[in-house]
Write a protein that binds this ligand. Sequence first.
Ligand code: AMP
Length: 282
Amino acid sequence: MKIIETIKEMREFVTEAQRQGQSIGLVPTMGSLHEGHLTLMQRAKQVCDIVVTSIFINPTQFGPNEDFAKYPRDLTGDSKKAASVGVEVIFHPQAAEMYPEGYSSFIEVEGITGKLCGLSRPGHFRGVATVVNKLFNIVQPNMAFFGQKDAQQVLVLQRMVADLNMNITLEVVPIVREADGLAMSSRNAFLSAEERRAALVLSRSLKLAEELVAQGEDNALKIRSQVMAEIQAEELADCEYVEVYNYPLLQGITAITGKALLALAVRIGKTRLIDNTILEVK
Ligand code: AMP
């Protein structure tokens, strides 16, 4: 497995792969790899000849008071993990390689970025759409793989690819969870033992909503308030948002018909965690 740090070298690798008629799958990440990331890479490996994973903690998607500086970094561990699932290349550029002096171009996806994480993290999706667009231009993948863990991110990127006529197939991989339900996340490493236990409130409250729907509840407001009550009952949890929107348009609803996204962002101590589930009323 190669670790490539420059855009020039990445382009040379891509040109050679394309010359040999090989398809390229891209898995963009910010590193500190866990089973969720590895599942994306394994899926990419099944359907593409060559898998490139990018490890880049993208400064433009972090707000000024967010955890960019302390975001976990572990290139040595990540290299071993990526190699173990057959990744051919880790693309690991420095920030100055991606955003040299004078950099001034950004991608704005309007509409669906104005809610959920887009509301609480202004500029976040502008940074995400921009860096993913840049990675697409550099790596020129046939396919790119993203996790449903970041449900809104997936919708934003699908919108970008469709609107800008990008010739890339996006594939979405279901949320990978720990045995006790906690959605895997690089940020879980920040949790103390007590916070780790408290963090179970996210998946537990999603389960509660799924059970309500299974029992015939379709009132989005009732589901939302029961989920909020469950979260508020956890002392270490501070709820940032709980929303139920129709899916995939993300419009506000009072009753669920068809599919709805239940998405939440919760702070456990200083760590912000997100999770979601698709509710379905048939
Ligand atoms: P990140 O490194 O957090 O930016 O994540 C990189 C990619 O991995 C994104 O497409 C995420 O949605 C995906 N991902 C992160 N955690 C999980 C998970 N628990 N299950 C599935 N995909 C995940």
